[in-house]
Design a protein around this ligand. Structure first.
Ligand SMILES: *Cc1c(COP(=O)(O)O)cnc(C)c1O
Ligand SMILES: *[C@@H]1O[C@H](CO)[C@@H](O)[C@H](O)[C@H]1NC(C)=O
Length: 409
């Protein structure tokens, strides 16, 4: 009973849950024919400009029609899939990952679930970023791992407040989570900052869980550097998936990877625990796994460049339009991922009490969906997704502006 209440507390509401409520609010209050535009969900597949590569599509269809992959795969993943992911990630590392470092999962979500479950033990706590990705808090609550939140600092490109990390950690801390490129902030961390994070983790004797589901989706001045580069400073569990870079979140193909060249993490006990937990989970569909080598090797650079250039364009549209809206400010320009955070000044609005009120009224009056910041841990902020077709995005931001003007004091 207590547990259920804990899980139902507002801080543990999911993004999907809040967006569902906002959508229901539109249907109930709709009085005109404005098309609903969502800047809420990070699922770009609704727009034809975010279509996966033909190589990816062909790879899946030939894996399926070969009829060779209708059976079970090993629960840690098919050998060729583990090898392909190991080679793909090794391209950006100073050492080579082995197939055995890779565990194939049902999307990055299941990789999160596995990481937190195998680290859970009585009394354990985990350090999570605020703002962050709510699934981490939710998973921690289910596993009775205490979540402790450190701030990301908007004035410093959303860098981790490392002093807070040191203050929060104790002998029961098992890991800290870093999301880079960042959701919900759109930040991309520098090599130097990632190094400092690894050094802090080393001092504290904890693992870094690095969520790189947006790996390579960087379009600003800072290039994407994987945390695994610092795997010999502190052990890193890298989580990722095809979902965002290949624009196929529905394929449910992800990975959990031990970036640990010195083998401090890979004790027989840890590996055993990981394998057993994979036995419980099962993995993604075998034919999707079988397609992974051809998906990775066959997708041309031009596909990635196009996606990046659209995201750069749409993030620019957001920043420009937001500048025209007095009650909303953008502390730092997004450099990667598909979403960023902007700050709401409610004292400039006459009949809006907070971010939740703002988003509900916006949905009702303008049929535009934006995620209230509280859903990712920051009250009176908003998370805007820009993985949206440019003309739709432009229209949504126009409506946002007129909504703000109408409600300003
Ligand atoms: C989308 C997302 C995930 C989940 O990825 P899937 O592969 O769709 O399960 C995990 N972490 C972050 C930060 C995300 O934005
Ligand atoms: C919000 O707006 C008010 C009124 O214009 C202003 O005085 C205040 O400084 C603003 N607050 C922030 C945090 O920007």
């Amino acid at each position: 009973m207590d547990d259920l209440q804990e899980l139902e507390a507002p801080r543990n509401i999911t993004i999907k849950g809040i967006l569902g409520l906002l959508m229901a609010n539109i249907s109930s209050g709709k009085d005109d024919s404005k098309q609903v535009i969502s800047l809420g969900m990070g699922d770009p597949t609704a727009y034809s400009c975010f279509y996966t590569s033909s190589a990816a599509q062909d790879a899946v269809s030939s894996a399926l029609t070969s009829a060779n992959f209708n059976g079970y795969s090993p629960t840690v993943g098919l050998p060729q899939t583990r090898k392909a992911v190991a080679e793909y990630l090794s391209l950006d590392l100073p050492y080579d990952l082995q197939s055995d470092d890779v565990y194939v999962t049902a999307g990055c979500t299941q990789a999160i679930e596995i990481a937190l479950s195998i680290l859970a033990r009585p009394g354990a706590n985990i350090l999570l970023p605020r703002p962050g990705f709510p699934i981490y808090g939710l998973c921690a609550a289910f596993r009775h791992v205490e979540a402790r939140y450190f701030d990301l600092v908007p004035e410093k490109q959303w860098e981790v407040d490392l002093r807070a990390v040191e203050d929060l950690a104790d002998h029961n801390t098992v890991a800290m989570v870093v999301i880079n490129p960042g959701n919900p902030c759109g930040n991309v961390y520098t090599y130097q900052h990632l190094k400092e994070i690894a050094e802090t983790a080393k001092r504290l004797g904890i693992i870094v869980i690095s969520d790189e589901v947006y790996g390579h989706l960087a379009f600003g001045d800072t290039p994407f550097v994987p945390m695994g580069v610092f795997g010999s400073v502190a052990p890193v569990l890298t989580l990722g998936s095809l979902s965002k870079r290949w624009l196929v979140p529905g394929w449910r193909l992800g990975w959990l990877v031990t970036n640990d060249p010195d083998g401090t993490l890979k004790t027989p006990k840890f590996v055993e625990r990981l394998k057993k937990y994979c036995d419980i989970c099962g993995g993604p569909a075998t034919f999707i796994q079988a397609a992974v080598p051809a998906i990775i090797q066959g997708t041309q650079d031009v596909f990635f460049r196009k996606a990046i250039s659209i995201l750069k364009q749409t993030s620019d549209i957001c920043c420009q339009r937001i500048k025209e809206i007095r009650c909303i400010t953008c502390p730092c320009k997004p450099q990667g991922s598909m979403a960023f955070m902007v700050k709401l000044n409610v004292s400039m609005l006459k009949d809006i009490s907070d971010d939740i009120d703002f988003c509900f009224k916006l949905a009702k009056e303008e049929s535009v969906i934006i995620l209230p910041g509280i859903a990712v841990g920051l009250k009176n902020w908003l998370r805007i997704t820009y993985a949206v077709e440019p003309t739709c995005l432009d229209e949504a931001l126009k409506r946002l502006k007129s909504f703000c003007q109408r409600h300003s004091v």
